[in-house]
Write a protein that binds this ligand. Structure first.
Ligand code: CTP
Length: 414
């Protein structure tokens, strides 16, 4: 579920210093490139002991910079200006892995190789991902240097706890690529159109218990909701994801894990008063068993069936409509309409009934749209009567369109 927009055509200078984790940076460079970023790599001498420049050049398709003094290693730029040119044109300088040595140089402003000189010359935002043995990471010297960098506004990705190449266990492992990319996206998006705004997204199908073993649910995977949370993060928002799904949480989103429609309602109502944009992408059960059996229901024997007595759940969006009449928050409310017939007519009536600003209508009978697949084909219907059909696209692209609409709506609502 890669959204391309926030990384497309963005220039990232990737600094690689000498740790065994340098091999992971090849994957990072590769994924960033696949997502449309232009990645220029700078390697320290120590980094080249672990990985070759050719590995980075192969996955980025761009020159790799290794030396301040030798013309042939300065890639596209003349050597004497490489350190300035690279930093100047960058949208972000990312140092991953950042060793104790590189961190110390950054903290005191030492400039004795192309990476440290570039870091000093650059005015691009700096993100570093420390990676080293756990004892080294916890050392006062390293922690003091990291504090200095934090105070200077450097974005520091906390290392993970785990097993090191030495066999020891501790904190100091470089996070995996998706987590690193999540941080880079947040860094690039932080001045986006939703900066300073709070967005709440609900995702997944609710589960209504029958007994301790069984529940009633639906086929929603949560993918569209998670893509919306990522798109809102990319736009700079502060994001809360209220979800029933078990998917990787986009880096930076606050997860509120829920299961039933009632729990989702409670969580939405708790967050709604301070929310700018609410996107109800969850498939909330309309009915739940009236009584939840305390013990597992047993077969009585014979062939008799089972009748479940169901009652209606509360409609979360109708509750939000009532809240908005009193408090005027959330400022923008977006709902979904998953329909198997009369798509536009049904969506339009839900838009009006639930007092929404936008409804995202999708035809769940189409094989390439709706539940579980990575693509979606939706039509956006707004309260002012606009009908905007979108082509078949990835759920991430659909999410970008919806979030862009919300950002525009908010900017005109203020
Ligand atoms: N929704 C909600 N609370 C519910 C049921 C649905 O807030 N108890 C929200 C969904 O998250 C979605 C929108 O309402 O954004 C439309 O959901 P949908 O199931 O299509 O509509 P219903 O009102 O349940 O209508 P119906 O099932 O009759 O089509």
């Amino acid at each position: 579920m890669l959204s391309l927009a926030v990384l497309r055509e963005r220039r990232i200078v990737l600094g690689v210093s000498g740790s065994i984790a340098a091999y992971k940076s090849v994957d990072l460079a590769s994924k960033l490139t696949q997502m449309g970023a232009l990645v220029d790599t700078i390697m320290t001498d120590a980094a080249q002991q672990f990985v070759t420049p050719l590995a980075f050049q192969s996955v980025t398709g761009r020159p790799v910079y290794t030396n301040m003094w030798r013309a042939e290693s300065s890639g596209g730029l003349p050597t004497h200006i490489a350190h300035v040119g690279l930093g100047e044109s960058a949208d972000a300088l990312v140092i991953a892995p950042a060793t104790a040595n590189t961190i110390a140089k950054l903290a005191v402003g030492l400039a004795d190789d192309l990476l440290s000189v570039t870091a000093l010359a650059s005015r691009a935002p700096l993100l570093i991902a420390p990676a080293m043995d756990g004892g080294m990471y916890m050392h006062d010297a390293v922690q003091t240097n990291l504090r200095v960098l934090t105070e200077r506004g450097v974005w520091i990705v906390e290392p993970e706890t785990g097993r090191f190449a030495s066999g020891l266990v501790g904190k100091g492992r470089l996070p995996e690529t998706p987590a690193l990319i999540g941080h880079i996206r947040r860094l690039l998006g932080r001045a986006g159109p939703l900066a300073g705004r709070k967005v709440v997204v609900t995702a997944g199908g609710t589960r209504e218990p029958i007994d301790p073993v069984r529940y009633v649910s639906n086929r929603s995977s949560g993918k569209q909701g998670y893509a919306l949370a990522q798109a809102a993060l990319d736009a700079g928002a502060d994001v809360t994801l209220i979800s029933t799904a078990d998917l990787p949480v986009p880096s930076g989103a606050a997860l509120v894990a829920v299961s039933t429609a009632q729990q989702m309602l409670d969580a939405v109502l708790e967050h709604a008063p301070a929310t700018d944009v609410l996107v109800m992408a969850a498939a909330v059960a309309d009915y739940r068993p009236r009584i939840v059996q305390a013990e597992k229901i047993k077969k009585p024997g014979g062939t008799s069936g089972l009748t479940l007595d169901m009652e209606q759940t509360q409609d979360i969006l109708m509750e939000i409509r009532r809240l908005r009449e009193v408090r005027h928050t959330p400022k923008v409310v977006i709902g979904f309409a998953a329909e198997s017939q009369d798509l536009i007519a049904n969506a339009r009536s839900k838009l009006a009934r639930k007092g929404l600003d936008l409804i995202v209508a999708n035809d769940i009978t189409a094989g390439d749209a709706g539940f579980a697949v990575d693509t979606n084909r939706v039509t956006l219907l707004s309260a002012d009567g606009d009908i905007h059909p979108l082509a078949l696209m990835s759920k991430s692209e659909v999410a970008d369109e919806i979030i862009a609409w919300a950002a525009h709506r908010l900017s005109t609502a203020d």
